[in-house]
Design a binder for this molecule. Structure first.
Ligand code: ATP
Ligand code: MG
Length: 262
């Protein structure tokens, strides 16, 4: 993993707020900018990344190393889903899970990457802890929806990231929160009106409270959801929309945040 310049985790406190959506579309958008990108799906219990990218590869192994699947020419993808039968639940717990993740992290042949985007399950369980302890993570993106319950939870995820800088066993001493992504921030009606389904300004308030930037507001868009289900990432298949625009903006903000670090 030393040949990876930036390792970015996508986190939240709460489930279903759009981490996988953000991970997938961010990775595709970075790849479209010409960067060499990796996308790692560490959600053992609900790996969605493979479906969202329309991949159906099985895991391939060479010389004891796991080879990522490719999406296009410069996006490499590894998911726990490659290890599982379709639809099979994962019943690994505690130590088995930790060992599996550590081995998984060590055994993937990523090659040289500019960015590795890591999709995590909600919260700060074994997956997040193992990852931060064994790998030097640079940055965390916190995904939230605007309502207050989600905000409370994401604050816990933020605290976890900050603690990882000090924790004795952590490999992520320089990690920082790159900012907040407010997903499902609004819905644009066919007549152009905007509806704030989950309230307004929640992402901004959270960013202020955590003293980190609000990176972007992503609209709720039922068509984007349909495309994710079909394995067609909206950032490349649903052009000239506010949804796509939001991800271009997110890439710009992340490049800006990381400027000066190599
Ligand atoms: N901006 C959006 N507009 C419309 N649908 C969205 C949007 N963001 C996410 N969704 C949909 O909401 C559902 C949950 O999103 P996603 O799987 O990305 O969340 P998650 O945080 O990764 O969930 P989990 O915690 O289960 O991993 C998916 O069906 C996704 O397509
Ligand atoms: Mg997910």
């Amino acid at each position: 993993m030393e040949k990876i310049k930036h390792k970015i985790t996508v986190m939240s406190g709460k489930g279903g707020v759009g981490k996988s959506t953000v991970s997938v579309n961010l990775a595709v958008a970075l790849a479209e900018e010409g960067f060499n990108v990796g996308l790692l799906d560490l959600d053992l219990h609900g790996p969605n990344v493979v479906r969202m990218l329309g991949l159906n590869d099985k895991l391939s192994v060479d010389n004891g190393e796991i080879l990522p699947a490719y999406y296009g020419t410069n996006l490499k993808v590894i998911s726990m889903a490659f290890l599982l039968e379709e639809g099979a639940p994962v019943i690994w717990r505690g130590p088995i899970k930790t060992t599996a993740i550590e081995q998984f992290l060590a055994d993937v042949r990523w090659g040289e990457l500019d960015f590795l985007v890591i999709d995590l399950p909600p919260g700060t369980g074994d997956e997040a802890l193992t990852l931060y302890q064994s790998t030097s993570i640079d940055g965390a993106i916190l995904v939230t929806t605007p309502q207050v319950v989600a905000l409370d939870d994401v604050k816990r995820a933020a605290k976890f990231v900050v603690e990882m800088r000090e924790a004795p066993l952590s490999a992520s001493k320089d990690v920082r929160i790159l900012g907040v992504v407010e997903n499902m921030a609004y819905l644009r009606c066919p007549n152009g009106d905007v509806v704030y389904l989950f309230g307004k300004g929640g992402g901004e308030r959270l960013a202020q409270e955590l003293e980190v930037p609000l990176l972007v507001k992503i609209p709720m868009d039922p068509k984007a959801m349909e495309m994710m289900d079909k394995g067609m990432p909206p950032v490349s298949f649903y052009r000239s929309t506010e949804f796509e625009q939001a991800f271009r903006e997110l890439v710009g903000k992340i490049l800006e945040e990381l400027k000066g670090e190599s």
